[in-house]
Ligand binder design. Structure first.
Ligand code: ADP
Ligand code: ZN
Ligand code: MG
Length: 491
């Protein structure tokens, strides 16, 4: 065990979910558009063009900040961050420097395995604990274009230029790979729950900058940090952090120093590499953006937005465990996406059976969707229909086995109501006691051996007789009734 402790802070960039870009009316979604077709003089930074703030970016930024427990100052403003780079046609980024839209928040993350919180009044036992990660600030800024590096040239695509971003900066409160990952994933859930960002990682809608330093355990003072820029998946974040911890440990143990620098991440080799030294930090010559007015927010409006936030993912995860008796894993899966949580709750409401709802949604439905590479939005079965299917099992109309296989498959294929599928396929359970009694009598007559065994005290023989009766009914006898009738007939 090394004697060093990692100190980590994350800067997260997320693309705000809006129709248009931040300061012009170009589309905010040009993922599939040909290069340089989603641009205008404003986002291309032509001289004399004036930016006009897209109000939605502001509203969604505040919403996210409130969910991250930030304070919203009544006054904030934009600043120019000057630097020259080919992906930045204006020569400066419009960002926020000393007066961002939100400050001083925190996020509670859930970590596993180290503590048990057992509440005497509450039988649920958690095999996890919580940790608060403080958030320094959330600010708004516009995105740069994209550079595509070839072997002897670089291509510029400005479609992304001017897209709205929020940057969420944590305090250096993170101490491990597990914590960094839990924090980043919880931020993503919150942004998706609040509708502030879709955070589609594959489309680069969420990117991480990782700040890492080491210090001797027990030491208060922080060591020199290195910053790893532009990680675009949770896996890259975890791998890059593990790599940096090891790299810096080796340096310090060899008596060398960690350089203050910006590093890149090579996903293929699994290594970080030096990009530029940050000695004597960049001078961005920040100054207030003269073309945009300051942003003023009324406390009343903020309170209203706060009251409209709705249930956040962590709360929902814990509520599902308590209310529906789910295990942590199931609860996590069902609350990862707000749509999934809503779907599940409707299934429970319609069926009145949470246990069966979990089994149908988490095991059967998700398995089908995953196999087909589909999302919930493309699922043909409505939650009401799935709820009705479960209710039909509970009411003894159909067997569990048929529901899970044949009927479910038909519903998944066609989107038909369960009643309709059952009717069309003639799968209704036989609950006609007269017919079942005749059938059971026949079964007893045909099986004198097992009947004698049962009467002689062999319980297992009863199971055999039930099986035989179910088989005789082609699986459609109501199993509860078959049981009762056989018991009665056998005395
Ligand atoms: P910079 O001026 O280099 O951008 P900031 O103070 O703005 O540094 O912090 C950027 C990020 O780095 C924040 O997320 C912060 O929590 C984190 N950070 C600051 N100091 C350290 C440190 N010594 N080790 C690890 N992370 C740090
Ligand atoms: Zn534009
Ligand atoms: Mg910084």
């Amino acid at each position: 065990m090394s004697n060093f402790e990692p100190v980590v802070g994350l800067e997260i960039h997320a693309q705000i979910s809006t129709q248009s870009k931040m300061f012009c009316s170009c589309s905010n979604d040009s993922f599939d558009a040909p290069a340089n077709t989603n641009v205008c003089p404003v986002c291309m930074g032509f001289p004399g063009m004036l930016p006009v703030i897209n109000k939605e970016t502001f509203a969604k930024g505040i919403k996210a900040a409130l969910a991250l427990n930030c304070a919203i100052p009544s006054f904030s403003k934009f600043d120019r961050k000057n630097y020259f780079y080919p992906d930045l046609p204006k020569g400066f980024q419009i960002s926020q420097y000393d007066q961002p839209v939100a400050q001083n928040g925190y996020l509670e993350i859930q970590l596993s395995g180290k503590a048990h919180i057992i509440d005497q009044n509450n039988p649920v036992q958690y095999s996890h604990y919580f940790k608060k990660i403080r958030i320094n600030r959330l600010h708004l800024e516009d995105d740069a274009g994209k550079l595509i590096h070839g072997s002897d040239s670089t291509l510029c695509d400005y479609n992304r230029s001017g897209c709205p971003l929020m940057e969420i900066v944590s305090e250096p409160d993170i101490r491990s790979v597990e914590e960094a990952s839990a924090y980043a994933q919880e931020v993503r859930r919150i942004l998706r729950y609040t509708g502030s960002s879709q955070c589609d990682m594959e489309k680069g809608m969420m990117r991480f900058d990782l700040n890492v330093s080491l210090r001797q355990k027990g030491e208060e003072k922080f060591g020199t940090k290195a910053e790893v820029k532009n990680l675009n998946s949770f896996r890259a974040l975890e791998r890059a952090l593990a790599y940096e911890i090891e790299r810096q440990t080796n340096l310090l143990e060899a008596g060398e120093k960690v350089a203050q620098e910006t590093r890149g991440w090579d996903d293929a080799t699994g290594e970080t590499f030096s990009q530029r030294s940050k000695e004597g930090a960049h001078d961005y010559r920040y100054f207030p953006e003269p073309d945009l007015p300051p942003l003023l927010v009324e406390d009343k409006a903020v309170s209203k937005m706060k009251s409209e936030l709705g249930e956040l993912p962590l709360q929902k995860r814990l509520r599902f465990i308590e209310q529906f008796g789910l295990c942590e894993k199931d609860s996590g899966i069902l609350t990862e996406e707000p749509e999934m949580a809503r779907y599940f709750e409707t299934v429970v409401d319609t069926s009145g059976d949470a246990k069966m709802a979990v089994s149908f949604v988490n095991t059967i439905l998700l398995k089908h969707l995953n196999e087909d590479g589909k999302g919930l939005a493309e699922c043909k079965i409505t939650p009401e229909q799935l709820g009705k299917l479960i209710k039909m099992i509970r009411d003894g109309v159909i067997s569990n086995n048929m529901a899970k296989n044949e009927i479910f498959a038909a519903m998944y294929e066609t989107g038909k109501d369960p009643e309709k599928v059952v009717e069309e396929k003639g799968l209704k359970l036989v609950s006609d006691t007269g017919a079942l009694e005749t059938l059971c009598k026949n079964v007893l007559e045909e099986n004198p051996g097992p009947v004698a065994d049962y009467k002689g005290g062999k319980q297992a023989a009863f199971g055999f007789l039930v099986g035989a009766a179910m088989k005789a009914s082609k699986g459609q006898g109501n199993p509860k009734l078959v049981n009762e009738i056989l018991k009665k007939l056998l005395g």
